[in-house]
Design a protein around this ligand. Structure first.
Ligand code: ZN
Length: 121
């Protein structure tokens, strides 16, 4: 979900020890863009010293919440994959965002300049 991506960006910025003026301005803009209920839950988690957004790593047969290292039940994982609704970890109640897929390192062939285009949209 777009909102959760914004929340993750906000989290990354807020966790910086030192922020530039640009970053502070971005935080303000993000806080205005993110729906209040999401922001409220995020703030509650952050106040307890927890991150509000956790990345989900793909593992065989499902997903793993990197916040609490628990395997996700299929419900939230399917929500996450379909991107139909905000997904939340049932165990640590963090918002979930699918981690970007890591590109497999080419082992034999030399790197080529050719770029793969994403299929679909
Ligand atoms: Zn979790």
């Amino acid at each position: 979900m777009k909102e959760i991506e914004l929340l993750k960006e906000l989290q990354d910025l807020e966790l910086l020890a030192r922020k530039t003026a640009d970053q502070k301005a971005r935080i303000k803009a993000l806080r205005e863009d993110i729906p209040a209920p999401l922001l409220g839950h995020y703030d509650r988690l952050m106040k307890r010293g927890k991150k509000g957004v956790a990345l989900v790593r793909r593992v065989p047969g499902g997903g793993l919440c990197t916040g609490c290292r628990m395997r996700l039940p299929s419900g939230p994982f399917v929500t996450l994959l379909r991107d139909t609704d905000v997904a939340m970890c049932e165990n640590c109640s963090r918002y979930l965002l699918l981690a970007p897929e890591e590109e497999p390192e080419p082992s034999k062939k030399r790197r080529r300049a050719r770029k793969k285009t994403a299929s679909g949209e």
